[in-house]
Write a protein that binds this ligand. Sequence first.
Ligand code: MN
Length: 244
Amino acid sequence: MSKKATTRKKSSTGTRSGKPAETARAPQPELAEYRRKRDFTRTAEPEGGATHSAHKPAFVIQKHAASRMHYDLRLEHDGVMKSWAVPKGPSLDPSVKRLAMEVEDHPIEYNTFEGTIPQGEYGGGTVMLWDRGTYSYGGTSPDPVEGLRRGYEKGDFKFVLNGKRLKGSWALVRMRGDRPGKPQWLLIKHNDEYAARGSDVAADHQTSVATGRTMEEIATAARSPAAKNADDSAYGRLTARRTR
Ligand code: MN
């Protein structure tokens, strides 16, 4: 009955001893839009507020069967997950430019979320962890942190993925647009050893990188009462495949 998400509320905003001071970003105003859109008493998605880990920045791609199927690409940057909805998903073919619509920043804890957002809630539908890992700066600036920050601001974000399914050098290039709201970008694979012309990597992988489940299996688990509890806490414990 009581939802896990409510009990996790803001409990992790404190600075833990031993963590570098600059990693604490407690209120995270960047997440205001994310939080405004969601009712955390109804969805098991995380509310956010955990402090930033000082390791290599994380990336995740979540396949999301919302009103339209799409892939959410999220790259950790300045304490949040910068996020883009990519309708067709990534392509390893350097001649293919995939539309990537920037959406609201997400909390870092979202990186382990797999499950089903209730219908009627924002983004209602099934979410699969499609790929994840870390990334590094892919440009030429001698200071990688500054290079990533400048790249994001300039709309020429170069990065190297080290995921399970996606590796190598990529770019997100912001398009000039006159439409209001978040900008549109293009996701482009650079020509390197991981490029593969004519391939369709999104179609090649139909299961969760975390649990091995298909979209249908994730959706079915959410409908079965026995799996409901597991699904509510899925974002905290995805590594072990649960069978109850
Ligand atoms: Mn989405």
